[in-house]
Design a protein around this ligand. Structure first.
Ligand SMILES: [Zn+2]
Length: 199
């Protein structure tokens, strides 16, 4: 853990403050759009949840070109998610990776239901449930609000999963070219709380 918040993460948190206050800056900009057509240099790659209430660019008040976003139910570090993260890190040289969970996440709720009652979801959906179950089991052992703790554990778990699965990410970390963070978005307050800052 590092104590200082990197500049990139600070920018996200400042944008979140604007979002909470209802004073966003990130408005459509035709000039910027034309300039950006030549290439992208996002300052953060974000692995977030698909939940319709957590639009990543909006909650951080960021314009097009700033964030490289992957969204999957339960913000799980599947191999496809890792591949997209690697593109941002290795090709675009994005300096921050943020895994973003959120309160009362349906994937966390389903994982808790599976751990407590063995309830499964039909079709392919059990894939994301299974991916969140390790976090649900750790959260149960830790005590407290089971779903809220699962959301937090799942953020930590998926940060670990990215690093474990990705030589590209490990290399960038070793080079000091990438910083890691984990956070949880609160659906009621709109606030993003950082729970992991560096590693
Ligand atoms: Zn969710």
């Amino acid at each position: 853990m590092t104590d200082t918040i990197p500049e990139t993460l600070r920018s996200l948190l400042q944008g979140n403050e604007r979002f909470i206050a209802g004073t966003p800056n990130a408005l459509p900009d035709a000039v910027a759009r034309v300039e950006q057509a030549a290439g992208q240099a996002p300052f953060a790659v974000v692995l977030g949840c698909s939940d319709s209430r957590v639009p990543v660019e909006m909650i951080f008040d960021q314009a097009p070109g700033n964030l490289f976003v992957i969204r999957l139910a339960g913000n799980t570090a599947t191999l496809d998610a890792v591949a997209s993260i690697e593109y941002a890190v290795a090709v675009l040289k994005t300096p921050l990776l943020l895994v973003l969970g959120h309160s009362t996440c349906g994937a966390a709720t389903a994982a808790v239901d599976y751990a407590a009652n063995g309830t499964t979801l039909p079709g392919a959906m059990q894939r994301f449930v299974d991916a969140v179950v390790p976090a649900a089991l750790r959260a149960r052992a830790a005590g407290g609000d089971w779903i809220a703790q699962t959301v937090a554990e799942n953020v930590r778990h998926n940060l670990d999963q990215v690093v474990e699965q990705s030589v590209v990410v490990s290399h960038a970390l070793a080079q000091g070219a990438l910083q890691l963070a984990g956070a949880v978005y609160d659906l009621h307050s709109g606030r993003v709380d950082v729970i992991v800052n560096g590693r």
